[in-house]
Design a binder for this molecule. Structure first.
Ligand SMILES: *Cc1c(COP(=O)(O)O)cnc(C)c1O
Length: 436
C-alpha cells in the first residue's frame, strides 16, 4: 500500500514536508522519552475512513445514526484495554493525555478543591498543578517534591504532607523522574487521608503493560495514560478506573453515579464532543500488539537500554539525577560540567549531532525552565528501532563528547557522522512504500 500517492496530487508542499520529516526521523537518534515510532498498522488506521464518522455517546448509546461499526471498534478497544491492564472500567475516548487528566479533575473535584501533585521542576507534568495550566488555575495544588539529597521521592514526606493538607486527590506519575513509583504506597496514603489516587502513567504505560514497572491498576482509583509514548500507539489517551466510588458518601453523597459513570460523563458530554473513531481503531490495534509476548521483551529491553545508557554515561563522568534510572528515562545534570542553565545550548549541540533530546529542569533548579540545567533522554523510540546495549555505548560516547566540549561545533559534526552510520543500520519502517 502506498501511503502518499494522493498527498502528492493534492498538496506537494505538504507531501515534501512529510518526506523531509521521515528523513529526519530516520537519520537521527530519537531520545525524547515521550516519543516513539508507532506501528505501520497504526499509521494506516489513523488514515482510515473512521475519520469521517461522528459518534457522540458510548457504544449502543449514541446520538447519531450509522454507528453499528464504530460500536464494534470502540467495544473491542475497551475490552482489549481492560484485558491488557486488568482494569475494571476503561474509557478510550480522551483526545490526549491533558484532556484525559482534565476529565478526571472535572469528575472528582470541585473548583478550588485541594489536591497533591508532583512538583513540575522535579518530574511532574504541567497538568499536575502548574500555575500556568488549568490544573493550577482552577484547583488548589500543593506540590510534593523529591528529597534534595537522593533526588528520589520519599513516601514518608508525601504522607506527612497529605496528613497536613488533607487533599481530596493525590496524583502519582511522572514526566521527568527516572525512578520507579510505588503506587501501592500512594494508595495507602490516599486511604489514610480519604483522597482519591489518580495515577498518571502516560510515560510508563508500555513498561506497565509489559511487566517492567509496577502497575497502579490494582490500587489507584483512577489511572490515566497517553497511548503514544512507551505504549507505542496513536496520539491519544485512555482513562481506567474502579467501578465503585470508594469515597461516594464523603464527596458525592447526592450523586447516583458510581466512579465509572462519573468518569464517562466527565469525558462526554462534560468535556469532549465526538470521539476520534479513527484513533480508537488505532488504539485497539495497539492494545492487541501490547498483549503479544514480543511486547514484553520490548518493554524489558527499553529498561535494559536505559540502564546501559545511564551506566555508560556515568562511566564517562556525566552526572545523572539520582545517579541512575529504574525506567525508560534519564536526566542529565549539567551543573558539574559548568553548564548551569545551559540545557538549551547542549540540546542544540546534540541536535547538530543528530541526537534529539530535550532540555529539562533538574530538581530544585537554580536557573529557569526556559534555560534549565538538565537534558532529558529516553529509550522507547530507539528500542522500537531494534537498538540494544551495544548501540547505547555508541550513543553515550557521542553525548558525553558533545557535553564535555560544551557545544563545540566540530565535535557535534564528528559525532553526527557516527550517528548517520549507526542509523543506516536500523531502517525505520523497512519496506514502507512512501514515494510515488
Ligand atoms: C505527556 C503527558 C501528559 C499529556 O499528554 P498530551 O497527550 O501531551 O496532552 C500528561 N501526563 C503525563 C504524566 C505526561 O507525561
Amino acid at each position: 500500500m502506498n501511503l502518499m500517492n494522493d498527498i502528492f496530487e493534492a498538496d506537494s508542499e505538504i507531501a515534501d514536508l512529510i518526506l523531509k520529516e521521515l528523513k529526519r526521523q530516520e537519520e537521527g537518534i530519537e531520545l525524547i522519552p515521550s516519543e516513539n515510532y508507532t506501528y505501520r498498522a497504526v499509521l494506516q488506521a489513523v488514515g482510515s475512513v473512521f475519520t469521517n464518522k461522528y459518534s457522540e455517546g458510548y457504544p449502543k448509546k449514541r446520538y447519531y445514526g450509522g454507528n453499528e461499526v464504530v460500536d464494534e471498534v470502540e467495544q473491542i478497544a475497551i475490552d482489549r484495554a481492560k484485558q491488557l491492564f486488568g482494569a475494571e472500567h476503561v474509557n478510550v475516548q480522551p483526545y490526549s493525555g491533558s484532556p484525559a487528566n482534565q476529565a478526571v479533575y472535572f469528575a472528582l473535584l470541585n473548583l478550588k478543591d485541594k489536591y497533591l501533585g508532583f512538583n513540575l521542576t522535579s518530574g511532574g507534568h504541567l497538568t499536575h498543578g502548574s500555575h500556568v495550566n488549568f490544573s493550577g488555575k482552577n484547583y488548589t495544588c500543593v506540590s510534593y517534591d523529591v528529597d534534595p539529597k537522593t533526588e528520589m521521592l520519599d513516601m514518608d514526606n508525601v504522607r506527612k504532607l497529605a496528613i497536613q493538607e488533607k487533599p481530596k486527590m493525590i496524583i502519582s506519575g511522572l514526566t521527568a523522574y527516572p525512578r520507579a513509583i510505588d503506587f501501592k504506597a500512594f494508595q495507602e496514603i490516599c486511604e489514610e487521608v480519604n483522597a482519591y489516587q489518580l495515577a498518571d502513567i502516560s510515560h510508563i504505560a508500555g513498561l506497565v503493560a509489559g511487566g517492567a514497572h509496577m502497575s497502579p491498576v490494582p490500587y489507584a482509583d483512577v489511572v490515566t495514560t497517553t497511548t503514544h509514548k512507551s505504549l507505542r500507539g496513536p496520539r491519544g489517551a485512555i482513562i481506567m478506573c474502579k467501578t465503585e466510588d470508594r469515597l461516594h458518601d464523603l464527596y458525592h453523597p447526592t450523586s447516583k453515579k458510581n466512579l465509572a459513570q462519573l468518569i464517562d460523563s466527565a469525558v462526554f458530554p462534560g468535556l469532549q464532543g465526538g470521539p476520534h473513531d479513527h484513533v480508537t481503531a488505532a488504539k485497539a490495534i495497539t492494545f492487541k500488539e501490547a498483549m503479544k509476548p514480543e511486547f514484553k521483551e520490548y518493554a524489558q529491553q527499553i529498561v535494559k537500554n536505559a540502564k546501559a545508557l545511564a551506566d555508560e554515561l556515568m562511566a564517562l563522568d556525566i552526572k545523572l539525577v539520582s545517579n541512575g534510572t529504574d525506567n525508560h528515562l534519564i536526566l542529565i545534570d549539567l551543573r558539574p560540567d559548568g553548564l548551569t542553565g545551559e540545557g538549551k545550548l547542549i540540546q542544540n549541540a546534540l541536535d547538530a549531532a543528530g541526537i534529539t533530546t530535550n532540555k529539562n529542569t533538574v530538581p530544585y533548579e537554580p536557573s529557569t525552565p526556559f534555560n534549565p540545567s538538565g537534558i532529558r533522554l529516553g529509550t522507547p523510540a530507539i528500542t522500537s528501532r531494534g537498538m540494544k546495549e551495544s548501540e547505547m555505548k555508541v550513543i553515550a560516547s557521542g553525548i558525553a563528547r558533545v557535553i564535555k566540549s560544551k557545544g563545540d561545533k566540530s565535535v557535534s559534526a564528528k559525532v553526527h557522522e557516527e550517528i548517520l552510520e549507526l542509523t543506516k543500520e536500523f531502517p525505520l519502517y523497512p519496506g514502507l512504500s512512501i514515494l510515488k
